[in-house]
Design a protein around this ligand. Structure first.
Ligand code: HEC
Ligand code: HEC
Length: 443
């Protein structure tokens, strides 16, 4: 029975990528949202609250992906009309098989709309999963893992730490992909209008997932017997507050206050000093503590590369928990470091090797400026603005962009004495957590 159902899924997904076979989500007939684990584990003895969370999600977002509802005040273009070609608004099913083209398509003629859901199912679902949990059938074979949108946390943004991405940040990720990862570029596969539709759907899934998390948080502080718990007003407030964060992002873009400093040798050398923490002007910069003195991504605040490679790549991906358990027994210190070498989603994380000239979030000077100024959400890379003046950030940008062409820039460089980790490099659990806590600033 399984193989037959699996084949059905192959047809749906356009047979794009199937090394992983079928996950249970695909064997169960029509696609269903996957619930947050906490809804069953934390609410074992609270069936009423559990039911209220489920009912709230079904009421405001629809029961299943092929029965989409759009919550009031979602902020999505045309009230979410591009999410699919059968969006429910209130109790009415609104067929939108034909709606005017989105403004970006450059044509005012009516065009057929597949809708964000159809496009997502075809191009994204096998990695990002039905609920946007990053758990599609291909996902367990990928490093890094596809994004789980449900935390509402996105890495490559132009907005301050922790803020939502703008539509244009998402557009860039989807059009050009994330270099050095399996996240593909869709520029050639989808029209501009289709990319806008899939952006709507990613926002929809993130809005749904983050609302689900907030509803679970609210339920966990509520009384099972209180009839007012998770009342309609509370539910609406929760969803609205998530939606408002998405709407706010558009006006939060952190454009550099000063133009790029000329990438002269002097600027590159100033950036190098900052990178190595040698700058004596009172700015405490700790890039090398994570990226390593040669910027290969092996700083002492992360678990040693060999240990990382063994755990992440040393066998069947599904047996990773067993390899971690072995490490806990055989090398408790390395195990402590391993635990701090995970991202906010609990996935293994490595600082970038800056000698390769491959940047996930784009290679324009402005992209690197954003990465350094506002950090990478969920990935421990901290923000440096306004601690560092914009000119110094530009010096760092100039240094980072020069390094792949001038590997000698960091030849023989060492971590500064001031970093206690330098004394016991590679073996410094307390220092690591201290330094990461410093670096985490506001994630
Ligand atoms: C082959 C697997 C794969 C496919 C297919 C795929 N993605 Fe991804 N996607 C990834 C991975 C892996 C990441 C995370 C990379 C990382 O964190 O370094 C990612 C990350 C993202 C992010 C997060 C960016 C950020 O700033 O955090 C978005 C948004 C995204 N993908 C959208 C899409 C959309 C939309 C589609 C379909 C049109 C799609 N992806 C298809 C693998 C995939
Ligand atoms: C606390 C650890 C930490 C510190 C401190 C840190 N980084 Fe990072 N950095 C990371 C991690 C982890 C990544 C990889 C994130 C990912 O792949 O999702 C990264 C990625 C990057 C990238 C690649 C961005 C991309 O688009 O792929 C650049 C460039 C970078 N860091 C520069 C710097 C500079 C310059 C500094 C100092 C001003 C710095 N980092 C400080 C942890 C750190």
């Amino acid at each position: 029975m399984r193989p037959r159902l699996c084949r059905m899924w192959v047809v749906w997904a356009g047979a794009a990528l199937l090394p992983a076979g079928c996950s249970d989500a695909f064997n169960a007939g029509p696609p269903r949202y996957v619930e947050q684990e906490r809804l069953t584990t934390d609410f074992k003895d609270k069936p009423v609250l559990q039911g209220k969370v489920r009912a709230a999600l079904a009421k405001h977002f629809g029961d299943a992906p092929n029965e989409i509802k759009v919550p009031e005040g979602s902020g999505l273009p045309l009230g979410g009309a591009y999410l699919a070609n059968y969006v429910k608004q209130g109790d009415a099913v609104k067929s939108i098989a034909y709606v005017p083209a989105t403004p970006t398509s450059g044509s005012s003629d009516p065009q057929p709309v597949e809708g964000g859901y159809g496009l997502y199912r075809k191009h994204c679902l096998h990695c990002h999963g039905v609920s946007g949990a990053g758990d599609g059938p291909t996902s367990s074979f990928l490093y890094p893992r596809p994004r789980d949108y449900r935390k509402g946390l996105f890495k490559f943004t132009s907005t301050p730490t922790g803020a939502k991405p703008t539509r244009s940040d998402l557009r860039k990720t989807i059009e050009y992909g994330l270099h050095g990862t399996s996240m593909p570029a869709f520029e050639a596969l989808m029209s501009k209008a289709e990319i806008e539709q899939v952006i709507d759907y990613v926002i929809f899934l993130s809005l749904r997932g983050e609302s689900e998390l907030s509803l679970i948080d609210e339920a966990s502080t509520s009384d099972e017997k209180d009839p007012e718990a998770l009342s309609e007003d509370v539910v609406k407030d929760i969803i609205q507050s998530v939606a408002k964060k998405w709407q706010a992002a558009e006006s939060l873009v952190m454009n550099p206050p000063t133009p790029r400093v000329e990438p002269t040798h002097a600027s590159v050398m100033r950036g190098r000093e900052l990178f190595l923490g040698l700058n004596k002007t009172g700015n405490k910069v700790e890039c090398a503590g994570c990226h390593g003195p040669q910027a290969v991504g092996n700083g002492p605040t992360f678990v040693a590369q060999e240990v990382f490679n063994h755990i992440v790549f040393g066998g069947n991906p599904s047996a990773m928990p067993e390899r971690v358990a072995e490490l806990e027994k055989s090398d408790p210190k390395a195990y402590e470091l391993w635990k701090t070498s995970l991202d906010e989603w609990g996935n293994p994380l490595r600082p970038a090797n800056l000698n390769r000239g491959i940047y996930k979030g784009g290679r324009r000077p402005l992209d690197i400026y954003w990465r350094i100024a506002k950090g990478i959400n969920g990935a421990k890379m901290p923000s440096h603005f306004p601690t560092l003046e914009p000119d110094k950030i530009w010096d760092l940008v100039n240094f980072v962009l020069e390094l792949p062409y001038e590997p000698k820039l960091l030849e023989g460089a060492k971590l500064p004495e001031a970093l206690p980790a330098a004394k016991t490099a590679g073996n410094a659990a307390p220092t690591a957590s201290e330094s990461i806590a410093r670096g985490q600033g506001g994630l």
